[in-house]
Design a protein around this ligand. Sequence first.
Ligand code: ZN
Length: 853
Amino acid sequence: MMLMERSMRRISSTVWFFVAAYFTAFSVGALSQVYGGPVTSPAEHLGRPVGVDFELADWKEESGYFFRLGEESENVITRRVGSTTEGRDFLISVISDSTNLADLDELKKYARIIADPRGRSGEEIESAIENGKVFLFVSCAMHATEAAGSQFGMEFAYTLATSDDEPWAIARKNAVVVLYVTNPDGVDHVTEWYRKTVGTPYEGSSLLKLYQYYAGHDNNRDWFMLTQNETRIVSEMLYTEWFPQVYWDVHQQGSNRERFFVPPYRDPLNPNLDPNIITAIDALGSRCLADMTRGGFTGISTGVSYDMWWNGGNRNVPVRHNMVGILTEAASVNIASPMFIPRRELSNPRGLDGGYAPSNQFPNPWPGGWWRLRHIIDYEMAFGSSLLGSLSREPETWLRNAVGASRRSIDRGLERAPKAWIIPSDNRDPDAVRRFVEILLRTGVEIHVTDEVIEADGREYPAGSIVILQSQPYGQHVKDLMEVQRYPDGAPPYDVSGWTVPFLFGIRRAEVNARLDGEALRRVENVDDAARMFQGDERVINGKGIVAKHPVWSSYHSSAWKRVASELQNGTPVQFITEGLNEGLFTTGIDPRQSDFAEGIETMPRIGVYSPWSGSMDEGWLRYVLDTNEIPYVSVKNESLRAGNLGEMLDVLVIPSIRSQQLDEGRMPGTIPDEFARGLSPEGANSIEEFVRGGGRLITLGSSSEWAIDLLELPLIDVTREEGAEGFSCPGSVLRTIPQPGSTMTAGLGPATAVFFSGSSAYRLMTKSEIETKYGQVVDSIAKGEPNVLLRYAPTRVLMSGWIKSPETIEGQIAWAEVGYGEGTVQVFAFRPQYRGWSQASFGLLFRSIFLP
Ligand SMILES: [Zn+2]
């Protein structure tokens, strides 16, 4: 197919030549002359040197170049593989010798055999190694403010396609590189804002919004959850089409430490990672360090900052798929503006003690001076050159390495426990199961279904249950998503320490020690087939005065709230049945005024989402969760809140997790044009207070709850900040919470809910004397008595997965409370129920706080 595409393109782009060739009786040789002309360099295309100070390329320029390179060079194919979140083209450029490109389908077959050698003869595998090429994926500028990456990508592609120097020429022969800009939307947003501000007092100031529509910088936490278009596109290429052996993720970090980080990574090492993949990472990184040092590059660090524990990153998930995952981090400039960094302002790489001096992890410190966009590109080009040199000098080594890792994963799944995981078909949330199956399939995981009742480890599981065997090439990835993470004591993690997806989704899964491969398992290829038994939301319940012809649906189902919002928008009130049942049910079939067991939701609330002029990832994830559930809202900015009379436009205001100081003060005047400066204090805060007192509902998530407690003088205290709590730490784990009975808000919830805790809080009620000391009598006059506690952290064994120090600080304390205030209410969440789009089991808590009376 690729070959045909290629021929088609030759014809369409050069019809005149084709026709001329026909009439002058030139044959095939003449056709190849199409590529004989000069190949435009990125500098010629841009009309300026690549990486020149104060200039960025936008996506039109960059995508134009990648297409042009594909048209002019026989060693490049550029094609569109999908759409970004905001609808731009997502492109890949495939770069290799033209004979390899003509043979791509065959080369991909070899890569597939190497990634999954099961059922292949020894000869087939040897042939794949002998005839195969090393596949290297290069991800550029996924963080769009790390702006050198996309210009580097153009230069790297051009040099690899055209240079006759080594290692470029041998790399074309022995490797196939697939290169892409991972966040084209962000390239445009950053370039547009930079061009607007360069040469003004606001040059290099941060964006007014997220560079990735929902995720911002968290786009590099999405690689196992696949909530975003860009992550889905790349993941499917990696695990279902190309199967590269090596992955390079090109990033930048802060400006004042090392110039460039290369692997090895620091500890801890996640035990699910293949040892020979780790040693390959270490060898390639160390060789780059040696080559770059010989080439005169200084200030390169290794073995610092970036650990090999967490999952979800652009390099971390490939490593769990037996791919050599490499991260580089260059010191940033001020977007594209050069920086002068004197020696005295330089710090050691994070984690290295002592003064700014040579060490084994930092052998040749940079002396300080000017640091420019072009320098970053030079470091990245040097790294890329060394990496390609290593890969193409001994391609067999890396292909054999990949086969070995795949085999070990398959064997480990047969030898070690658990042998499999079962997702019983009587799970309470079929929508969550479907979503989980979808992301597993997209990341290349094999899934089976049992058509009969199955017995394992002394338990029976119903027909239709999903079975995932550990013995498969990507079994270690599955294990890492399924198991309880036990982060080792020591330094805190670089990112999170726990992420067990079935917990985050509220899915019941069993780890099975028995071997199930002899059972009647049927391999399934798509979500519908896998989750056939996980359906049937519609049902009719007897009694309770519910008219049978009306639909009834369970609040346990992730899609329940989408339906509630849809009915309300159609003008149909929805009733929430709160009593006499184990689970909360919705219906449109009873009149709650005539019943004492149902609460009516009469109309669609007008929802506002607070959006600061700085971009907030938590706000982005809030929008993501609302949008994917088709729940309409408006984004409200400082100025519309300061304008007062909020009740005119809103029933509910949700403030995502933002620190108090940022909410109050926003961006400092003088650092940004005036219309974007300052925050909610005092006018915006006052109008929010008046909104709640007048009957509005305020919902605060995570950090912003502290702000609401202070603003409305709520009788809650954050126990994680009290004296004696200094030993408490929980930087990113799955915790167990217990819904408290006696409220509509918690009616029909299960016995426990998993929430994600990441630098979050826990509250206790103030004593009467604390209230009097802190607030005087104000609370008695406005807040309606005691807060209604809706959710508590579990009193014991609060940690479900990850790492927590001094858990007793928060055990049994408040995770979610409702406080009456004037005519309105405040819903105070101590955590972020929509965390990164990961914590699906707690999305429903957020929806309850928005919709339920
Ligand atoms: Zn980055």
